[in-house]
Design a protein around this ligand. Structure first.
Ligand code: PXL
Length: 275
């Protein structure tokens, strides 16, 4: 098995089972060396907690990147999630072109919105900058809300295949290459993921758990990145990440106290077996 090194850039939400506290264990479970660049440190995530603290780490990034360049540290892939500021997006874009090994892959989860709304920390300026990162990435993993913000298409809860095709065409219009569009469901009992690579668009459908959960986008993107770096195709990695995420939600759904994230750790053996 080839041993890959990935850099993941996203925040540390100290409590809340999202971003780096999810990405690091999942990528490690995938058997991938995982380096991190924390974009910010928050006491909790911003979806449901109030009064959280935030320390933006943008100022630290140029020095960290310069040190890596000096040490000739390079990565097989960079996978980005929730970023701390608009300026960080430009820094990440620069890293895509300077810190890659041969065969490098850039994977961008434009983690900025869900359920038709931007997360509290973000504004239209952030969305505009994110369009540039999406165009620079090899693979993007937006949900429908994020794809709508990126492309200007009206967000709809009720949609059909034509709407999803239009969304993917518009993502292509802003320069997206391979697209993994998450949370696409055409019936009440199912949801799924659309992968669009070149001319080939495929759909993987799976059961929908009625209870929505925080952090599942990060669990999904991390499981996808790990599986992809282990050599799975985009479609197979997308399907495996979906099956893993559904099991994480099922493992949490019966516990009303656990509203802030999913209990993804006990399901890691399933993920590892599938790899
Ligand atoms: O799960 C995405 C995410 C990551 N990081 C922070 C968040 C969120 C979602 O709200 O608030 C800080």
């Amino acid at each position: 098995m080839s041993y890959k090194r990935v850099l993941t850039v996203q925040d540390i939400s100290c409590v809340g089972q999202c971003s780096l506290t999810v990405a690091l264990p999942i990528l490690s479970a995938a058997g991938v060396e995982t380096s991190i660049l924390p974009s910010a440190v928050l006491s909790t995530h911003t979806a449901g907690f109030t009064g959280y603290t935030v320390r933006d780490l943008t100022e630290d990034m140029p020095g960290i990147i310069a040190h890596w360049k000096k040490e000739n540290i390079r990565f097989d892939a960079i996978y980005t999630g929730y970023l701390g500021s608009t300026r960080q997006i430009a820094l990440v874009k620069e890293m895509f072109s300077t810190l890659g090994k041969p065969g490098f892959a850039s994977i961008v989860d434009p983690a900025m919105a869900d359920g038709g709304k931007l997360y509290p920390a973000f504004d239209q300026g952030y969305v505009e900058e994110m369009k540039g990162l999406v165009a620079a990435a090899d693979i993007i993993l937006p949900n429908i809300t994020e794809a709508c913000f990126l492309t200007g298409l009206d967000y709809r809860e009720d949609y059909n295949e034509d709407y999803i095709e239009e969304l993917i065409a518009r993502l292509r219009g802003i320069g997206a290459k391979t697209v993994v569009l998450t949370g696409v469901g055409y019936s009440a009992q199912t949801t799924g993921v659309v992968t669009a690579e070149g001319e080939l668009t495929r759909y993987y459908s799976h059961r929908r758990i009625p209870k929505g959960s925080h952090g599942t986008g990060d669990v999904y993107a991390s499981a996808f990145a790990g599986a992809f770096l282990r050599g799975k195709s985009v479609y197979d990695a997308a399907a495996l990440a979906a099956e893993y995420t559904v099991r994480c939600i099922e493992n949490t759904a019966g516990d009303p106290e656990h509203w802030y994230g999913v209990k993804f750790e006990p399901v890691l053996p399933y993920y590892i077996e599938q790899l």
